[in-house]
Design a protein around this ligand. Structure first.
Ligand SMILES: NC(=O)c1ccc[n+]([C@@H]2O[C@H](COP(=O)([O-])OP(=O)(O)OC[C@H]3O[C@@H](n4cnc5c(N)ncnc54)[C@H](O)[C@@H]3O)[C@@H](O)[C@H]2O)c1
Length: 303
């Protein structure tokens, strides 16, 4: 197979189902060798099994590609470290890491248990940090040995993390954290030849097909199936290829046929007294600044 990622070795976490599966198949179709990671857990992160990862490997191999399964938990040091060693043992190198695995435990904040907070923060935020750290250690060693990599990391945030989402306080906080992590990683790792970007996808998967049944439904006939997860993968494949040289530290929304560059926090209207405000002055000034500022985008699900 030849293509945009010919000869590259790509790890995709949570690639047994949904978006990760679509990414793994799309990378393989562009010539990449793929490590398909998935713990095979249920919708809320419980349970587990090797089936989903192996099924995707079988699909890739059946269409003439190369892939191996990895069944580890990406939010553990062992799981994250063995992701990298699996790529090296099977294919001799690692070029691209796609952090994608995760699950939901949606509740209003007042009902959100500590366990649901911890589980969601762990799988998304730690589950991004640990694979990133272990891949970075490999790439730094490569750079120090004089083989500067052309490496890529694609992290998975969410509209919930960028704009907020009612009923998803744990998930929104984790996904906003992933944006901060992406910015730091891009700045720290450019010297080792590593580019780091994030996407905020939207697609029909088991995570969304019930809550957003109408928006996510597949159309009949030959109409464009806008919410198919396969529509998000082309941007991920390009970001994960050598062709995206120079693009780093950016966040993109990707859904259906649309790609959007998200523009992040930046200073807006400002005032400087050159001395300490009184609280009343601070309030009056702040109200004037707010009147001159862009109103924020609405939080998802807020009325
Ligand atoms: N579907 C959407 O519209 C949407 C929107 C925004 C963000 N996202 C994000 O996209 C990513 C993929 O979601 P999806 O919709 O494809 O969901 P999905 O449930 O179909 O797939 C997620 C996969 O991750 C795996 N996984 C969970 N915990 C794991 C762990 N600790 N180690 C390894 N694998 C693990 C699961 O077994 C599952 O196969 C997630 O990070 C999700 O938050 C999805």
């Amino acid at each position: 197979m030849t293509g945009l990622c010919n000869g590259r070795v790509v790890v995709v976490t949570g690639a047994g189902r949904g978006l990760g599966r679509a990414h793994a198949l799309a990378f393989a179709a562009e010539g990449a060798k793929v490590v398909v990671n998935d713990l095979g857990v249920g919708l809320d992160g419980t349970g587990g099994g090797a089936g989903p990862a192996q099924q995707v490997v079988d699909e890739i191999v059946a269409s003439g590609g190369e892939a191996v399964a990895h069944g580890g938990d990406i939010a553990t040091t062992d799981g994250a470290a063995s992701l990298v060693t699996t790529a090296l043992d099977a294919f001799g190198r690692l070029d691209t890491l796609v952090n994608n695995a995760g699950f939901l435990r949606d509740r209003m904040l007042v009902n959100l248990d500590e366990d649901d907070w911890d589980a969601v923060m762990r799988v998304h935020l730690k589950g991004h940090f640990l694979p990133l750290k272990h891949a970075a250690a490999y790439w730094r060693a490569e750079a120090k040995a004089g083989r500067t990599p052309d490496a890529r990391v694609i992290n998975t945030s969410s509209g919930a993390g960028l704009l907020g989402s009612v009923g998803q306080g744990n998930y929104a906080a984790a996904k906003a954290g992933i944006v901060g992590l992406t910015l730091v990683a891009a700045a720290e790792m450019s010297r080792y030849g590593v580019q780091v970007n994030a996407i905020a996808p939207a697609a029909r998967t088991r995570m969304t097909e019930q809550t957003f049944a109408e928006t996510m439904a597949a159309p009949g006939g030959d109409a464009f199936d806008a919410m198919a997860p396969e529509n998000v993968s082309p941007l991920v494949v390009w970001l994960g290829s050598a062709a995206s040289a120079g693009v780093t530290g950016r966040v993109f929304e990707a859904e259906a046929g649309r790609i959007t560059v998200m523009e992040g926090w930046r200073p807006g209207p400002t005032a400087d007294k050159g001395a300490r405000w009184t609280p009343t002055e601070a309030g009056e000034t702040t109200l004037k600044l707010l009147a001159a500022s862009e109103p924020p985008h609405p939080v998802y699900g807020a009325h």
